[in-house]
Design a protein around this ligand. Structure first.
Ligand code: G6P
Length: 359
């Protein structure tokens, strides 16, 4: 097993470091930089749907939330559903609704049930998966492979990043976007593997977590496409550290959970870009700071959050749709290093399975 880890202490760490390669594989042959266009051959037979419903579980559900955000910016209304809820209480399906199952393994029972339910109700289905010829890939009308390569660690890492990239490609391909904005996004996607390599090489997470080993709880906040990153940051943290962590839409914290915020609850704030969202998230950072919470900002330096943070985990400045991939890598390392310092079973966390084949 040690050989399989290529010198890394855990599969999770190895897979975190495999992400630049995984993303190159996922992007290969799918970007036309000159035209600023995205081409995904697998989607050739797919008509642009009027609405998209995502079904997914766990980490893949967070990727699906990101998918909703990218489709929304592309002008396609989309919603996401927990697969376990969808299967037993499906929403109405309109004409030309596409139901997308986001599932790394392609074998998650809840997701398969939801897709079968959607299919039985007449929806077209698409599997966004890593595993060639998996059940989801075989049963859906269409399949889009994320091309991450095999993932052994129970906690999903590189497959989440690959899902985010595949969903960005998916939304760009569906509406055949062109022009300056599209060219900028294609250039950012092209640069993403090397930007991610930079984050992995330069990350200071191992030092930062040492300051917070004995905290009462850990909160993660973000807005827009950084909201699913906050949720995923907290989920990863819970899965492998066994410590209490929660992710929130930054604006929601004040509607209840702020009551829990003290000097013993570090807040990881994902703040990128220079827009209304970033400014409002900084406002939320000030709210927790005023309650003595230590703030760890995951930021591209553009947002200007540094002055309110106790620690900064930097990412390169990039496109709004690629920033979440870089921010997430910092949070993967936060969870990993914290779990490592606490001596947890990182590759096989208690009570969890890589693929859950029961409903
Ligand atoms: C399990 C794993 C999670 C994963 C979820 C969905 O619960 O422990 O890490 O996110 O299944 O898996 P899928 O293969 O459908 O993406």
């Amino acid at each position: 097993e040690q050989t399989g880890k290529s010198g890394y202490a855990h599969f999770m760490l190895k897979e975190i470091h495999e992400q630049p390669t995984a993303l190159r594989q996922g992007l290969s042959g799918r970007l036309d930089e000159l035209a600023g266009q995205v081409t995904v051959d697998e989607l050739d037979g797919l008509e642009t749907p009027t609405t998209v419903q995502f079904v997914a579980c766990g980490t893949s559900y967070h990727a699906a939330m990101f998918g909703v955000e990218t489709l929304r910016t592309a002008g396609i209304p989309a919603q996401t559903f927990l697969a376990s809820e969808y299967a037993t209480g499906p929403p109405p399906i309109g004409n030309e609704t596409l139901v997308v199952g986001v599932t790394q393994s392609g074998e998650t029972a809840d997701t398969l049930s939801a897709l079968r339910e959607a299919s039985a109700r007449g929806a077209e289905t698409l599997a966004l998966t890593n595993v060639v010829d998996s059940t989801a890939a075989r049963e859906c009308d269409h399949v889009l492979y994320i091309r991450s390569g095999p993932e052994i660690g129970v906690a999903a890492t590189k497959t989440f990043s690959s899902q985010l990239v595949a969903l960005t490609l998916f939304s760009a391909a569906l509406v055949d976007q062109r022009g300056e904005e599209s060219r900028e996004r294609v250039a950012a996607l092209r640069a993403l593997p090397s930007d991610l390599q930079y984050v992995l090489d330069e990350s200071r997470t191992a030092d930062v977590v040492d300051a917070y080993l004995d905290s009462a709880a850990y909160f993660f906040i973000g807005r827009g496409p950084n909201y699913p990153v906050a949720l995923e940051g907290a989920l990863k943290f819970k899965e492998i550290t066994y410590e209490h962590a929660e992710g929130f839409a930054a604006g929601e914290l004040k509607h209840g959970t702020l009551a829990l915020v003290t000097g013993e609850t570090p807040v990881f704030a994902v703040v990128t870009g220079d827009d209304e969202r970033a400014r409002k998230t900084i406002g939320n950072v000030k709210e927790v700071e005023a309650r003595d919470a230590p703030v760890i900002a995951v930021t591209d330096g553009v947002a200007g959050v540094e002055q309110y943070a106790d620690h900064v985990l930097e990412i390169p400045n990039t496109h709004p749709q690629t920033a979440p991939v870089l921010a997430n890598a910092q949070l993967q390392l936060v969870a990993y290093h914290m779990a490592n310092r606490l001596g947890r079973s990182i590759d096989k966390p208690r009570n969890l399975a890589k693929s859950v084949t029961v409903e």
